[in-house]
Design a binder for this molecule. Sequence first.
Ligand SMILES: Cc1cc2nc3c(=O)[nH]c(=O)nc-3n(C[C@H](O)[C@H](O)[C@H](O)COP(=O)(O)OP(=O)(O)OC[C@H]3O[C@@H](n4cnc5c(N)ncnc54)[C@H](O)[C@@H]3O)c2cc1C
Length: 275
Amino acid sequence: VTAEQITVLDDGFVCLVDVMGTDADIARAARVSYGPGTRSVSEDRALIRYLMAHDHTSPFEMVELKFHIRAPLIVRNQIVRTRTANWNERSYRYSEMDDISYVPEPERIGGQSKDNKQGTGEALDEAVQQRASVILAEVEAYTHDAYDTLVELGVSRETARQATTVSRYTEWYFKIDLHNLFRFLKNRLDAHAQFETREYARALESFVSRRFPVAHESWVEYVRDAVMLSATEVAALRAVLDAPYIDSERIMIRGYAEDRGISGRQLREFVEKLS
Ligand SMILES: Cc1cc2nc3c(=O)[nH]c(=O)nc-3n(C[C@H](O)[C@H](O)[C@H](O)COP(=O)(O)OP(=O)(O)OC[C@H]3O[C@@H](n4cnc5c(N)ncnc54)[C@H](O)[C@@H]3O)c2cc1C
């Protein structure tokens, strides 16, 4: 049992409550498929990288992490879509809501993005940012007062909570296996994900990198920092690589790969992909 905590946004946190397994357990689970063999740490690493590179995902489901998260409802409403997580949230029918809401720093308030309909785009004038921040803070102050007044009047907590915004903080336990946590991280670390949710994903990722360094390193290599090309993009790339003038470049690309430590099976696979 562990209790490591990272502060997120102004009043949020991600706390690692418990972990089941280590990198070695991922390798051990995989060896059920591949049969017993030698088990040195470097061989575990090679095996885990192989599993990640070839989408052999089930060994990553054999280890789990349990978190206690406090986040504004806007973030909670996005994270809750991860159906593969087990979830237990504080009930605001039983207990009163905490007196904390998230108000973004003025410099974080941007304009509506022109090319991403869901996202924030260019920076706004400082005066507009200040005004927006004041409006958001005033709404929070008003709704917190309204909630407290309703509770004081004797209105039930389940009805009083209607007087709150999606900036209010909530908290829950969140347990998920590593395979599905990687899926979540891939989506929510993306530059197009909402900034606030990205901050939570970054905190979750830092626990993964500490507790499962080899699995994390493999995921960074083959998933997080890798790129998937569409069939049309492959065709366009193929046209470039097939151009007569590029033949010598192709040999150079092989050299560049070797310079970066790609060798053996990985080099063969890379050359196969290129052709
Ligand atoms: C940038 C971004 C924008 C988004 N915008 C919206 C939006 O506008 N509106 C909206 O509603 N959602 C939106 N989402 C949520 C998104 O559509 C997914 O619901 C969410 O990311 C969960 O992904 P998931 O289903 O892969 O994860 P999980 O729920 O963890 O599921 C993982 C995988 O398990 C399988 N699975 C899980 N449950 C089932 C099931 N019941 N049946 C079959 N297979 C299952 C599927 O293969 C699934 O991909 C957005 C997500 C992102 C990252």
